[in-house]
Design a protein around this ligand. Structure first.
Ligand code: MLT
Length: 254
């Protein structure tokens, strides 16, 4: 992977393909490998920019708290480095929260938005509290508890659970702690969606138990021009459970 220094961290990314620029953002607590199966299906249509978000994969993090807006700023720095002025951006779950933050702050740089298994709402107080508890647990005992809790919620497919577990086990505790707090503090993005004019694709699995598909339907109701791709057999990991349908959905951002 290539790396750049930005905002006091090293940000790692892959760049592959030709066409409309499209950033693919992974979810929590994964890394760019989550998109591995989708990348070959998109590389003939897009100039794909696939980073490890700060702390994950080969990217480093600081130990000071950060926000989704800081992640968005990392991405803007990456685009500056690559001399990409405008891009489509698609995020899975936490990556969707980061994509929404990017679209809020750098709206003039966005040509399209892909929202995969994600939501526009901020955390309600109990969820927020749960995230801080999880962060404290990781600080004290390491990542095992969170990894185990998330594995079966990601997908009902045992092979995909194994793939996700391996990716989760490869991440540093500091990445979990930083991202849990950043997710807890994220803004509500519903007003942003209602006023957006660029193409938007919402992709959601009907069997998602981490972010129920109703959150996807709610976003669709707010954005009349959005395309909704409902994946009948997928849980929370469409890019691994239904890579072709996920790629086909994202092609509407070309
Ligand atoms: C993710 O998959 O990125 C997380 O489950 C999102 C969340 O916890 O809200």
């Amino acid at each position: 992977m290539e790396k750049i220094n930005i905002n006091g961290i090293e940000l790692a990314y892959e760049r592959v393909g030709k066409g409309t620029p499209l950033i693919l953002l992974h979810g929590f607590p994964l890394d760019h490998d989550a998109w591995e199966q989708v990348i070959p299906l998109l590389e003939n249509d897009f100039d794909l920019i696939v980073p490890d978000l700060r702390g994950f994969g080969s990217s480093t993090t600081t130990h000071t708290p950060y926000t989704m807006d800081d992640i968005a700023s990392d991405l803007a720095g990456l685009l500056d480095h690559l001399k990409v002025e405008k891009t489509a951006i698609a995020g899975h779950s936490m990556g969707g929260y980061a994509a929404l933050a990017f679209a809020r702050i750098y709206s003039e740089r966005v040509s399209g938005l892909g929202l995969v298994s994600t939501q526009a709402l901020a955390d309600p107080p109990d969820r927020k509290e749960g995230r801080y508890k999880s962060a404290a647990e990781v600080e004290e005992k390491g990542i095992d508890g969170v990894v185990t809790a998330m594995t079966t919620k990601f997908s009902s497919d045992v092979q995909i659970q194994r793939t996700a577990r391996k990716m989760m086990e490869g991440q540093q505790p500091a990445a979990y702690i930083g991202a849990l707090k950043a997710m807890a503090e994220r803004f509500d993005s519903t007003s942003l969606l209602a006023s957006s004019a660029y193409p938007i694709v919402i992709i959601h699995g009907t069997k998602d138990v981490l972010i129920p598909i109703e959150r996807g339907h709610e976003m669709k109701r707010m954005i009349s021009h959005a395309r909704f791709v409902e994946l009948y057999e997928a849980g929370h990991l469409p890019m691994l459970e239904a890579p072709q349908e996920t790629a086909d959905g994202l092609k509407h951002l070309a």
